[in-house]
Write a protein that binds this ligand. Structure first.
Ligand code: AMP
Length: 551
């Protein structure tokens, strides 16, 4: 088996790698390290997050850095601040036995003067986001005269994020006699254009599309109705009490929405998306890294650069548009020798995408059933019992309280005590899942939800002529009811009036809420309307769950 020494890296680097626990090179490292060490030709490498690409480009650069010179010799561009910081940190780890090699991450949102001061002291390797790098070049603070390597890391992502102008600027300005190393997971035409316009005599390398952890990831899917997507997510979380995972959504809005619902429903979750300030994103990521958060709901872009090795689950709340993104997402679990599960919650419409993904990753998804209430309660209960069993008892701290506690519980035998403690922890959970409906399958072509009798149909004298559409109506209902998560069924907006359905438990509240309501000076009436003829089947009880404690 090849080791790092065989690839041509010297002892100080090897020693650092041993300390980091890197025993053998990954496939991409095996091919890029000798190439970059032996040639100054430009390089295009296909590699995804999780393949070990950071070391693949930085180790051979470090090996060749002239540490007698203070000049900046390598610039590494990365799409996000988090990734830049992470790359710089890895390089610092790799160079720990080279006291004279300095590395600096430069990125927006941080004090530029401080970065300039650090650059002045002499930094051989600069890792930057495109915007801040251009800024420093323009101010002539980042000197380009001695640049020998320019690395474009996650080139496709930088272009996706709209950094084309910045990349053009940097590539035009940096002297020609440098080696450009382009790393990209995909090769869309925008990346091709960069390669064509700015790179010459390129060598193309690919070490297969496998992530380090891909072998350990199993892929599963749950087929549900669109409206059961969120309830299915909750059940997946509930059946995995120790879940530590990322739920991927497609838009910022969806991310926020799903995270808000999870938080309201008592889960230890938070959102990571582009609408948050950098400081807010830092806080969320820190909470997640330190495992103070169990579930992170994120967009693909926002989750970039979040390097966490022991995720148990990746959940695709919706499958991504680009199939490559699925590989990125799922490659975030099953790392460092651990097993990981990548889950897709899909509707009938997304079956085609799933098949395309299966072809691409050359693996089959296993069809899973959304667990039922009994199964979830059993799992949660036993998880709780295991925790009680394994908890470390702090004799010193509790000893003073014990005599009084024993006295209070006197007369309760062991069985009785166990029953009471389980009930205390569990009654709310059991009642939430009592009569829980089966969420499996997508019968999306089935009829209006009022068919099952769990909705009341209302008439309202507002319609298209009042410039009302279904989303206005939903907004209005939410505003008037002042209650989150009330199920709204079918909405029909007609010319002069509209119909809407509300969970029948809220019938009186709806009527009350709209009493004496005026819209643009006109009195608005909301009345119970006759239901259309019932043809559907009973879908069972939909109970809304109260806030409960997570274990
Ligand atoms: P990257 O693709 O560079 O983001 O690396 C993914 C993860 O794999 C990081 O946590 C690295 O520390 C780790 N890694 C990279 N190369 C190796 C290696 N040769 N052996 C073990 N772990 C590695």
């Amino acid at each position: 088996m090849t080791n790092f020494k065989d690839l041509g890296l010297s002892k100080p680097i090897n020693d650092a790698l041993i300390d980091l626990g890197y025993q053998t090179p990954t496939p991409i490292q095996e091919i890029t390290i000798p190439q970059i060490l032996s040639s100054d030709k430009d390089l295009i490498a296909f590699a995804q997050t999780g393949t070990g690409k950071t070391a693949a480009f930085s180790l051979p650069i470090i090996e060749q850095i002239d540490d007698k010179s203070d000049a900046t010799q390598a610039i590494i561009l990365s799409p996000t601040r988090e990734l830049a910081i992470q790359i710089a940190k890895s390089i610092k780890d790799f160079t720990k036995n080279y006291k004279k090699i300095e590395t600096l991450a430069v990125y927006g949102g941080a004090n530029i003067d401080e970065q300039i001061r650090s650059l002045k002291k002499g930094v051989q390797i600069v890792v930057g986001t495109p915007g801040r790098t251009v800024d420093l070049i323009k101010r002539k603070r980042l000197k380009l005269g001695n640049i020998r390597w320019l690395v474009l890391d996650e080139a496709d992502e930088m272009l996706n994020m709209g950094f084309k102008d910045e990349l053009d600027k940097i590539l035009e300005t940096i002297p020609e006699q440098k080696t450009t190393l382009l790393f990209s997971a995909t090769f869309p035409k925008e990346v091709e254009a960069i390669a064509k316009n700015y790179m010459r005599e390129t060598v193309e390398l690919s070490a297969g599309k496998r992530n380090i952890g891909a072998e350990n990831v199993s892929h599963e899917y749950y087929l549900v109705n669109e409206r059961n997507r969120y309830p299915a997510l909750k059940r997946i979380a509930d059946i995995n009490p120790d879940i530590y995972g990322i739920v991927f959504c497609r838009t910022r809005r969806e991310t926020k929405d799903v995270a808000d619902k999870l938080i309201t429903d008592g889960y230890n979750a938070d959102a990571l998306h582009g609408d948050l300030s950098q400081a807010q994103r830092d806080i969320v990521m820190q909470k997640f890294r330190s495992k103070h958060l169990q579930i992170l709901v994120a967009t693909d872009v926002a989750a970039r650069g979040l390097d966490v090795n022991d995720l148990t689950h990746i959940i695709n709340y919706k499958l991504p548009d680009q199939i490559e993104s699925y590989t990125h997402r799922s490659g975030r679990t099953g790392r460092a020798g651990k097993k990981g599960i990548s889950i897709a919650i899909i509707t009938n419409k997304e079956k085609g995408t799933l098949t395309q993904i299966e072809r691409k990753i050359n693996k089959k998804f296993e069809a899973k059933k959304v667990p039922g209430g009994k199964e979830i309660c059993t799992r949660q209960l036993f998880s709780l019992i295991d925790k009680v069993h394994d908890i470390e008892i702090n004799e010193k701290e509790i000893k003073d309280f014990l005599p009084d506690i024993y006295q209070k519980l006197e007369g309760l035998d062991r069985e009785e005590l166990i029953k009471r403690f389980v009930s205390l922890e569990f009654n709310q959970f059991l009642s939430y899942y009592e009569n829980a409906p089966d969420l499996n399958g997508d019968r999306s072509r089935s009829r209006s939800r009022s068919d099952n009798g769990s909705f009341t149909r209302f008439y309202i004298n507002l319609g298209k002529i009042d410039k009302i559409n279904p989303s206005h109506l939903i907004g209005l209902i939410n505003e008037k009811l002042r209650e989150r998560n009330v199920e709204i069924g079918k909405i029909e907006v007609l010319n002069n009036f509209s119909f809407f359905e509300i969970d029948k438990n809220y019938t009186d509240k709806t009527l009350d809420s709209f009493r004496n309501f005026k819209h643009k000076g006109r009195k608005i009436f909301v009345e119970i309307a006759e239901k259309p003829k019932s043809r559907g089947r009973d879908r069972g009880n939909r109970r809304k769950r109260g806030k409960r404690r997570r274990f």
